[in-house]
Design a protein around this ligand. Sequence first.
Ligand code: ADP
Length: 448
Amino acid sequence: MFDKILIANRGEIALRVIRACRELGIASVAVHSEADADAMHVRMADEAICIGPNSSAQSYLNFPAIIAACEITGAQAIHPGYGFLSENQKFVEIVEEHGLKFIGPSAAHISQMGDKITAKDTAEKLGIPVVPGSKGGVATVEEALKLADDMGYPVIIKATAGGGGRGMKVATSRDDLEVAFRTARSEAKSAFGNDEVYMEKYLQKPRHIEIQVFGDGQGGGVHLGERDCSLQRRHQKVFEEAPGPSITAEERKRIGDICANAIAEMGYSGAGTIEFLYEDGEFYFIEMNTRLQVEHPVTEAIFGQDLVREQIRVAAGNKLSFSQDDLEINGHSIEVRINAEKLPNFSPCPGKITAYHAPGGLGVRMDSALYTGYSIPPYYDSLIGKLIVHGRDRAEALARLKRALGELIVDGVDTTVPLFHALLEEEDVQTGDYNIHWLEKWLDANMS
Ligand code: ADP
């Protein structure tokens, strides 16, 4: 096992990793930008090192500074959290070249899943059902028109290098296709420096269902069920739950086993998430994330497993500590993402926190790096906390979420908390009857 781990991240996820280290008896090293000198992860870690100025490019994405911080502190492994360097193949290679361990999958697996066309191809070969679409990239408008005519409208054009919901355009008929194709390409070019796009059938009312998987790179592969993350704004998740309200035990076993077998066959090591759209009882692969997800706590809640501890154990060369038969679902869990944003436009709202009080009690978990007097810097993501509740069933989880949101105090900045208060009053949210378009429609009707 490692003696010391460096956490190449900030905010709540850095705290999450520090907590796992502490329970394992491993020392933790925080890295931080100048803007984050007073951040909670810096205070909570055993050691902290400043790795650069405010911008992420010069700090949290600064390879040489992070490697040097490992060398100075004697950290043997790096946990990347999510975002930043967590899916950066080049970084993983450099980490390994320096004799350090990256807590995550191999560079080869990251790159295989990083490019969406290769990912889809790999998934298909592993027996995972995919969204019908182009075989590989689509280079010209003519090619796109021909494919769409064969496939039937609507279609979606997506960036091969895509992420964060960018570089995606829907065409509902032949008339929109040329514009959609050209816009997707130019967005892809400016966001990712790569204008390659591909085409998929556009599913009209799917749910976003993702399967949590874990491998140990030694033949072991399991799944930890699904999360339903259909409540999205601009393709970004805001409310996640496990188990999915629409998924039966048989469906979970069917798709879960396919994913677990794929992971074992790939020799994949660490945590991963295989994302699907789910419509009319069918699952369609869209992508795989080769890292820990923001919403991992809902899975931890219902399975009673510490996923970060497992990531660390597996990276240190251990086999998985649980088998598929050990994994049993207990109750229901919901997470809401609390952002420092001003409604109705969700504009970022950094600033000083004049009062902070986290909710508590049975089945309530608040993952946040806030404290009273803390100033949220304007340079990074606007996520300031995740409120996770666990109940014996979905109704209890919903009631607990309402109660916990009522206890939460975040004064000094605007947050997305009022959105959740309002959503909990909606019958469709109460019954779990929503798809990936539900929230956008609701926002149009209620917040514009
Ligand atoms: P990103 O990596 O940018 O997040 P994804 O491929 O994961 O892109 O898709 C993000 C979201 O976009 C999905 O959760 C879904 O809401 C929507 N989406 C993607 N592909 C399709 C499709 N074929 N049909 C309908 N919606 C889609």
